[in-house]
Design a protein around this ligand. Structure first.
Ligand SMILES: *Cc1c(COP(=O)(O)O)cnc(C)c1O
Length: 421
């Protein structure tokens, strides 16, 4: 780490695993910051159109998406009570329950499934499985299509949830699916993938090493497609589609963010693609009326460190003595996506950290109070929301709950047992 950070109070606080709230001084009006991303509203609209083209296929192969016509979307809940330790008891608090996204039960069902479909579409057009974009995509649910896809592989490195989304979708289409899992990935996620016919590779190292192994292996095979969580624009666009959708859900609930009634959204951040893409979609939908706050575990504040130092992917939390070990497995990332850091560093209002004990406490609270099943990572947003809610009385607060509905009961009970109030 450069010497200029030796006596830096924020870096000291991060080293000491203190929870922090860093108001980002680089925040700029979105009209100026939007250009940092290198993607446009039109790119996001095209991603939404691609998902719409696949909707009849998805409804056919995943019965759990029939109710929404093959559109994979999650409910928005107005919570009737805020967590017990909030000073402002009357804060308006919404939960975006990506924990209930069909097919793979986490925010990764947005980006991961989108990128698999994007790749499948281009192969299908190339091989004549589809005669153009207005064809009936249910034709892909056929032995002929699966035989073509079976010659190709799709690979990814993951702490768990991205692997679940990509593995399940890729295997369903007929691809050879290969998921490279880091040591912190949960056993039940590996078991579930294997039941879907996915090849799971296990590593002793962390997420960065699993990604590197997957990338290296895919490079050996010309018919392999590697989904690169650290750099992928496709993943990012899949996440960004959420912006317009949640705008419609909020409007239906009577919430129209404005300068006098801003929307604060709290997003759990690992490598950055999920929260970055969703934040981009939100900025496109609401402009400066939305404030996005990224939240990371005290052991893994990689995006905060990358943006704060300006070093992005060139600095790791290990460089400041942190061990990147957290119960929030989806957030156990030591080095951020440089693409996302540079794209979003002028669009994020604040970055904050939370400790694991808080995550378990909030997980137990969400279950007891609301009967909503979350995994530890998915609770990160609450910690930052508590602080903003105390200051921003007129704002609407929305915690993006990123995963949890598919956690087996035995594992969920262990989470509940880990909660101490
Ligand atoms: C992956 C994940 C995140 C964070 O997304 P990134 O793209 O890694 O930043 C948050 N919560 C859960 C449950 C996740 O699986």
């Amino acid at each position: 780490m450069p010497q200029r950070f030796n006596d830096d109070p924020l870096i000291q606080a991060l080293c000491n695993r203190q929870t922090v709230w860093w108001r980002n001084p680089h925040l700029a009006p979105f009209a100026q910051a939007a250009g940092d991303v290198g993607l446009t509203a039109d790119d996001v609209a095209q991603a939404a159109a691609r998902l719409a083209r696949f909707a009849p296929y998805l409804a056919a192969v995943f019965p759990q998406t029939q109710a929404t016509g093959g559109i994979i979307e999650s409910p928005l809940y107005r919570l009737s009570a805020v967590p017990d330790d909030w000073s402002r008891r009357d804060a308006v608090l919404y939960l975006k329950a990506d924990s209930e996204l069909p097919v793979s039960g986490s925010i990764k069902a947005r980006g991961g499934i989108y990128e698999v479909l994007q790749h499948a579409e281009s192969l299908a057009l190339q091989h004549g499985l589809l005669n153009g974009l207005d064809d009936d995509y249910r034709r892909l649910d056929s032995d002929a299509a699966r035989a073509v896809f079976a010659r190709h592989s799709i690979a990814v490195g993951s702490t768990g949830n991205l692997g679940l989304s990509i593995g399940i979708m890729a295997a369903k289409l007929g691809f050879q699916a290969q998921v490279h899992m880091s040591a912190d990935a949960k056993q039940w996620k590996k078991d579930l993938l294997r039941r879907h016919g996915v090849t799971v590779y296990e590593y002793r190292g962390d997420y960065g090493q699993a990604v590197a192994q997957g990338r290296a292996q895919a490079e050996q095979d010309p018919l392999a497609y590697f989904i690169d969580d650290e750099h992928s624009r496709h993943l990012f666009l899949g996440y960004a589609v959420a912006g317009e959708r949640v705008k419609a859900q909020l409007a239906a609930a009577g919430v129209v963010p404005s300068a006098g009634r801003p929307l604060y959204v709290y997003l759990a951040c690992g490598v950055g693609g999920g929260p970055g893409g969703v934040a981009f979609g939100l900025k496109l939908a609401f402009g400066d009326h939305v404030h996005c706050v990224f939240v990371e575990p005290v052991a893994s504040p990689c995006m905060l460190l990358g943006i704060y130092t300006g070093l992005h992917e060139d600095i790791s939390v290990n460089d400041i003595g942190l061990d990147n070990r957290t119960a929030a497995d989806g957030l156990a990332v030591a080095r951020p996506s440089g693409f996302v850091g540079r794209a979003m560093q002028r669009s994020i209002t604040a970055l904050a950290t939370t400790d694991d004990a808080d995550l378990f406490r909030l997980l137990a609270w969400a279950w007891r109070q609301h009967r909503i099943k979350l995994e530890p990572s998915a609770c990160a947003g609450f910690a930052a929301a508590k602080i903003a809610a105390a200051e921003q009385a007129d704002a609407v607060h929305l915690v993006w709950a990123t995963g949890g509905s598919m956690v087996p009961d035995s594992v969920f009970n262990e989470y509940l047992a880990a909660a101490t109030d």
